[in-house]
Write a protein that binds this ligand. Structure first.
Ligand code: HPA
Length: 279
């Protein structure tokens, strides 16, 4: 098993990263499917392969790059994961805490999570960007189960304001300044790797979700445990199963993400620029 209940395990990864960069990043970003192009925006990049970081995980998904990029964005020191880890790759929920715990060991206090998601809300359209207000995880498991790591956070922790209000307000203000209207809603987590059935999507809609995807919630819950400020953004890449009379393909997800990446880049850079430290 590639995880540990000992904080030193994550500090070892953090020490390696620090030895390559010499500085602590202020904000961390995790980029979803086909949004890896955002990393090109980072100035003076230092690129580290996940495979070179001790105790880190290795990305197995075709569309995910598997590199950590450190540098400047919007005048801030950022670290960016281009390529993330998913439950459907075979990792346990516990293992999926690794990236955020390494960020924590590096002193990161703010995290931006991005993903591609299917629209459950019929008023959404492919190409929309949804600010995640909250999520539903009916798989039920928490990535922080197991012996608690007190250096990260307490055994029991609040998740009622996980997707921080302050950052949601900020990104909406930044978008408005650019003449961009964002959607806001609830992200429903499915473990994948298959897309959902139309009946599942109808049920998910009735449960109150607006978008559906296969990532993000393990990172969000780990960040909440570490008391980080969190912003989650979903790029709506397709209408969810059964809304249109057509199959969902990974190519469609990829193509919509690629089409929207330029808008996303500006939104993220400007948000990071205006993102003051919270604590
Ligand atoms: N379902 C689950 N995950 C996804 C989808 C979807 O429709 N689109 C992009 N990621």
């Amino acid at each position: 098993m590639n995880t540990s209940n000992d904080y030193k395990y994550y500090q070892t990864s953090a020490d390696y990263i620090l030895s390559k960069t010499g500085y602590q990043p202020e904000i961390a970003l995790i980029l979803g499917s086909a949004l890896g192009g955002l990393a090109e925006e980072i100035e003076n990049p230092i690129v580290i392969d996940y495979a070179d970081i001790p105790n880190f995980l290795v990305s197995t998904v075709e569309f995910h790059a598997g590199k950590l990029i450190m540098g400047n964005l919007g005048g801030k020191k950022v670290m960016c994961m281009s390529g993330r880890f998913h439950y459907y790759e075979g990792y346990t929920f516990e293992e999926l805490t690794t990236p955020i715990r390494v960020f924590h060991a590096l002193g990161v206090k703010q995290v931006i999570l991005t993903n591609a998601a299917g629209a459950v809300n019929p008023a959404f359209q492919p190409g929309d960007i949804m600010v995640i207000r909250d999520h539903i995880n009916l798989l039920g498991a928490s990535p922080t189960r197991g012996i608690n790591i007190h250096e990260c956070g307490p055994r029991f922790f609040d998740v009622s304001n996980m997707y921080t209000k302050r950052l949601r307000k900020l990104v909406k203000e930044v978008a408005a300044q650019q003449g961009l209207t964002l959607q806001e809603g609830v992200y429903y987590y499915t473990p994948g790797p298959h897309f959902e059935t139309p009946a599942e999507i109808q049920a998910i809609h009735r449960l109150g979700a607006d978008a559906v995807g296969m990532s993000t919630i393990t990172e969000a819950l780990t960040a909440a445990h570490c008391q980080m400020e969190l912003l989650g953004l979903s790029l709506i890449s397709n209408m969810a199963a059964g809304i249109l009379d057509q199959p969902i393909t990974a190519e469609e997800v990829w193509e919509t993400s690629e089409r929207t990446v330029e808008t996303f880049k500006v939104l993220l850079r400007e948000t990071i620029k205006k993102c003051s430290r919270c604590r």
